[in-house]
Design a protein around this ligand. Structure first.
Ligand code: 0A1
Ligand code: ZN
Length: 877
């Protein structure tokens, strides 16, 4: 580890800032080698601070060079300030003053992609969470909110477009003949929402009339060759603006809203005030180059960033421990938007399946943390599935508890009460409580307690009394630093299904109903349903009403029954998943015991009924056909045995494919269409079923299917069908695999985002020497280690390549560790994320666990960035 171990900071140590910055005036003199930043900060002591000090401590970075600093135009001599641990400390300051600071930065050498950096030929910024301090010295914390005025000076020919937050207020020429543009943002904001972009960009213009009748100018900027791919994003933006008005009563505030696409970006996108910056993978879309999944992602991310304008920008976080205040709430909002736009059940299944796979795994590992963490070493490590996805589930539970109207009253009060403020998760819950006159104090434990609660359910039916009882026990397993847990308030939505698939009504709380939300708030509770006419099958946790693991000992017959008859669409899927999980677990055990695989499965019966029922939503059918993923089965395993899981999945798919070859062929053919591509719910649903059926059909070994998949590849007029076919060809290693992979690259080598898909598929390809193939990809001319998307493609592909990554000789893990070490200083955020698979070492079968641990120990011997240090040290603790 590094000589000096990075230390943690704690939520309990929060104090208000000693100084406030009322106004921030910035000037950027952009240049290819040195960018000069001049800041004029209008500072004053914070009347609410208990610390009476005249010393001002500003955050900076090792990459910021101070040229000069002045107070009220008095240039400070060197003895009046110091720079220590990247902080600028000015020993004595007046009560109120203007601090002028001149600094120099080198955006072209910024490989961390935090602060001001170059992406292709443009300048852009990323300031969340603590990137602004890499631009200039500042009070870089979200509770310091300021009015920003930004002047950008640059060469007109190279940077005809120069953007920042707010409205353009001035433009002209400097004495040296450069162009300057001044932007003013009338809304107070923390520095993490600051943004600047400069480049030779093309724009798509549009407009939106708000509910009060104001015209807002909408602009999407990209590099010239991509401007034909932003129509869908623009349409998504307008629909998001409308939705936020209708569902939350939130109107956009500035006169202009801009989005810029950049190629090099550590995350998906960023909600900078009035100037969102997007990873191009989350913005660009065209039928020929973009799959349906990617379309839906563009729509969701555009909505997410737009919704932040209220949940995040107008009302922001007091400190970074409160990150889920804006992220959990905003994810809940974008999920609801997508559910309203497409099918709510399908959307819910997709979100839950992601949560149960990835967030549950995080919550069971060494980085497990509550949605409001109590401490961290590096905040960048906390942009996690727990903060985002579990955070959203917690907001969703509040919604379930209060109902649609109550929730809206709560959100109205929250926005009204806290507009222009930096607040806490407690403030959010308080608004929900006050608006509805309810007490959520026990519920608030969700904010401070980590780990996935487990509910164990047993039942009994009294035929004579016609009562049905459900006994529910809750238990949350220990997580790092939280050995014991308190009982949570868990909303469990339940319905009862009768023997012939009818919804059974019952009396509960004195009322006749057919669905009820049980308030589980004790370690063990029994709920009694009266007037239940026959012995029911319980449909538990409908719609996944809480982010928990649920154990109820369903028989195969009961699961088949729920799968076809539960009125709750989500639980039909859930039953099918449970059935498939049970079947896979049997096969995994057979593989591990060296026994013969069974050749029969009740899943065939379930699938057959499903495929025959043409009244079902094709998207739902496709989801049910999707076997539990390698990752999900790993999450469920006691000790993860990747080879066994892979073999079991392939075998189970093979059985279903062979037994239902005719049905799959029929479904494939009847869902084909020759309409022009649209990213509509209806078309997406049909394509997803068609392509799911295709892959089963090919898995059956049928020659006709093999010909069909190659034909689909060659005839496809959209990326969804083309890539689905290619994936099938590669996955089943058909004779055409090499030829088509090469043809695909040749066809798309000028489309960076498509090349990324090719990189991923090639890295994931099972091969005698998969690792050599991955190494070759990293030498390929289309690869660029500086580009996070390409790195994620190749390393992500390797992660899916079971044989190559989990090779018993440890070579896959060693290769990953090499990349982490290489990127550790160059791009710490990415390096730290790449550690994720290794953090699971304790869950692996012993032979693999040893190898993973060895690699973590090797990484730990390096001089580590804070990001990587935190993940690696917690994993080895
Ligand atoms: N607030 C953004 C996520 C984000 C966070 C950090 C970033 O840079 C390291 C970039 C984006 C969102 O929720 O979309
Ligand atoms: Zn967000």
């Amino acid at each position: 580890m590094a000589e000096q171990k990075p230390s943690a900071i704690y939520l309990k140590d929060y104090t208000v800032p000693n100084f406030l910055i009322d106004k921030t005036e910035l000037t950027f003199d952009l240049d290819e080698t040195q960018t000069i930043v001049t800041s004029r900060l209008h500072l004053r002591r914070n009347p609410e601070s208990k610390v009476q000090t005249s010393a001002l401590v500003l955050d900076g970075g090792e990459d910021v060079k101070l040229i000069g600093v002045a107070i009220d135009d008095y240039a400070l001599p060197e003895q009046e300030y110091t720079i220590k641990d990247d902080k600028l400390i000015i020993t004595a300051t007046p009560n109120e003053f203007v601090l002028t600071c001149e600094t120099m930065i080198e955006p072209q050498n910024n490989t961390k992609l935090e602060g001001l950096y170059r992406s292709s030929s443009m300048f852009c910024t990323q300031c969340e969470a603590e990137g602004f301090r890499h631009i200039t010295y500042y009070l870089d914390r979200p509770d310091v909110m300021s009015i920003f005025t930004t002047t950008i000076i640059g060469d007109e020919t190279r940077y005809p477009v120069m953007l920042s937050n707010g409205n353009e207020i001035e433009r002209g020429k400097t004495e040296e003949g450069k162009t300057f543009v001044t932007w003013h943002d009338p809304f107070k904001k923390p520095a993490y929402l600051f943004a600047l972009v400069a480049g030779d960009l093309e724009v798509l213009n549009d407009s939106f009339t708000t509910m009060s009748g104001r015209d807002v100018k909408l602009q999407i900027f990209t590099e010239k060759h991509n401007i034909d791919k932003v129509d869908f994003a623009m349409d998504s933006l307008k629909r998001s603006m409308k939705w936020d008005e209708e569902v939350y009563g939130r109107e956009y505030d500035l006169d202009i809203f801009m989005i810029v696409a950049v190629d090099d970006f550590n995350m998906g996108a960023m909600e900078n005030k009035g100037l969102n910056i997007f990873n191009s993978s989350c913005l660009l879309a065209s039928p020929e180059t973009t799959t349906d999944d990617a379309y839906l992602r563009v729509e969701a991310v555009v909505a997410h960033e737009y919704f932040h304008n209220w949940s995040g920008n107008r009302v922001t976080c007091r400190d970074w421990f409160q990150l889920s205040l804006k992220e959990g709430f905003t994810v809940f909002r974008d999920q609801s938007f997508s559910a309203d736009t497409h099918s709510d059940v399908v959307k819910r299944v997709e979100d839950v399946s992601f949560l149960k796979t990835a967030q549950f795994a995080e919550d069971a590992g060494p980085m497990s943390h509550p949605i409001r963490p109590a401490s961290f070493i590096e905040i960048s490590n906390f942009y996690t599935l727990t903060i985002y996805e579990k955070g959203s589930e917690v907001v969703r539970m509040i919604h379930t508890l209060l109902g649609e109207e109550g929730f809206r009253k709560g959100s109205d009060l929250y926005f009204e009460r806290h507009d222009g403020q930096a607040v806490t998760c407690d403030d959010f819950v308080k608004a929900m409580e006050d608006a509805n006159g309810v007490d959520l104090s026990q519920f608030k434990r969700w904010y401070s307690q980590a780990g996935t609660p487990r509910l164990t359910v047993t039942d009994s039916y009294d035929e004579q009394a016609q009562t049905y009882s459900l006994t529910i026990q809750q238990m949350t397993p220990p997580t790092p630093n939280q050995p014991t847990k308190l009982a949570l308030h868990i909303p469990v939505k339940v319905g009862l299904v009768g023997q012939s698939n009818e919804a059974l009504s019952f009396t509960f709380d004195g009322q006749t109903q057919d669905e009820v939300v049980l308030h589980v708030n004790d370690v063990e509770q029994t709920f009694v349903f009266e007037n239940v006419m026959s012995k029911p099958v319980p449909s538990l946790l409908r719609g996944f009403s809480a982010p928990v693991k649920l154990d109820y000992d369903y028989s195969t017959e009961q699961l088949l029954q729920l799968m076809s008859g539960d009125p709750d669409g989500f639980n039909r899927w859930s039953a099918s998943q449970q059935l498939a999980v049970n079947e896979l677990n049997k096969l995994i055990a057979q593989y591990q015991n060296g026994a013969q695989f069974s050749e029969e499965t009740p899943l065939v019966e379930g699938f057959k009924a499903l495929l025959a029922d043409e009244s079902l939503d094709p998207a739902m059918v496709a989801l049910i056909l999707g076997l539990p993923s390698q990752a999900y089965m790993s999450e469920l395993a006691d000790k993860i045995d990747p080879q066994a899981i892979k073999a079991a999945r392939e075998h189970l798919r093979g059985i279903a494919a062979k037994a239902l070859e005719v049905e799959f062929k029929h479904v494939y053919e009847s869902n084909a269409s020759n309409e022009a591509y649209q990213a509509s719910a209806e078309q997406i649903a049909k394509r997803s079923l068609k392509n799911a059926a295709l892959s089963y059909w090919v898995a059956s070994g049928s020659d006709e299917a093999k010909a069909a998949v190659v034909r689909q590849y060659r005839n496809a007029d959209n990326m969804t069908d083309q890539f689905a076919a290619l994936s099938c060809v590669v996955h089943f290693n058909l004779a055409e695999a090499d030829e088509l992979l090469n043809a695909f690259f040749e066809q798309w080598k000028h489309e960076a985002l498509v090349v990324n898909k090719w990189l991923m598929l090639s890295a994931a390809r099972e091969h005698e020497n998969g690792l050599a193939q991955v190494k070759a990809l990293m030498e390929h001319p289309s690869f660029d280690i500086k580009n996070p998307n390409k790195l994620r493609s190749v390393i992500g592909g390797l992660g899916q390549n079971v044989d190559a990554f989990h090779n018993l000789d440890g070579s896959g893990y060693a290769f990953l560790a090499d990349q982490i070490i290489l990127l550790n200083k160059r791009n710490p955020q990415i390096a730290s994320r790449l550690c994720t698979p290794l953090t699971r070492w304790q869950r692996m079968v012993p032979a693999l666990a040893e190898k993973m641990k060895g690699e973590l120990e090797r990484i730990a011997r390096e001089d580590l960035s804070k990001d990587v240090y935190e993940v690696v040290s917690k994993s080895l603790a």
